[in-house]
Design a protein. Sequence first.
Length: 252
Amino acid sequence: MKTITFIGNGNMALSIAKGLKNNYKIEVVGRDLKKLEKFETELGIQIQKHLLENFDMNKKTVILCVKPANVEEISPKLQGKATIIYSVLAGTSINKLETYLSTSALVRAMPNLAASVGKSMTTLTGDVAFTQEALQLFNSIGQTRWLNSEKEIDIATALAGSGPAYLALIAESLADGAVKQGLKRDDAMAIMRGLFDGFAPLIQNTHPALLKDGVMSPGGTTAAGYAALENGNVRNACINAVEKAYQKATEL
């Protein structure tokens, strides 16, 4: 079984590791042994744990999960030359990674937190020689899409990487709306979760506009609610959210 080395032990590393643990051996590199032990407990399997100082990544397959601002700091603490580094650092260019890290190849990957339940939408770009390996690796945690440029992956980061936060806001707001009208909180949350669960397979093969038209009857409840969303400028707010997130990705 192939070993995957995580450098960084935050929420994203844990989410990806949960998706990979059944098909790969996991080792994790971090600054604090207690945090590494907590990572192991939350992952639910025994892993190899290493402190960052003087860690040898020679010929390893590495998933880099540190904060973008910490790349320069961790660089002198790492030894050896990795075979491939998959970086999940938002907005951090391949050129910058090559400047600070020693590796034979680099691929940028942008999964999201749904990796922990095998439902990530992961976008990838970088060394095309590793396209198939990258797709196979990240297919273990959901769907993948190889993109042709770093600009495209920065845009995709704003959509799929940040997207769970946008959808969480919408989900919470819809439940709050039902509570405002008199539905019990537990009932509102259960119904909202059922809504999202049913919507996911529908959107896979049907254009959003067609889904909307299929629900909206003339002069009906959906038409009234949909008009309220348009009056609230929800469509434009979503477009602007992706724009602002993309701009931020290019600034990191």
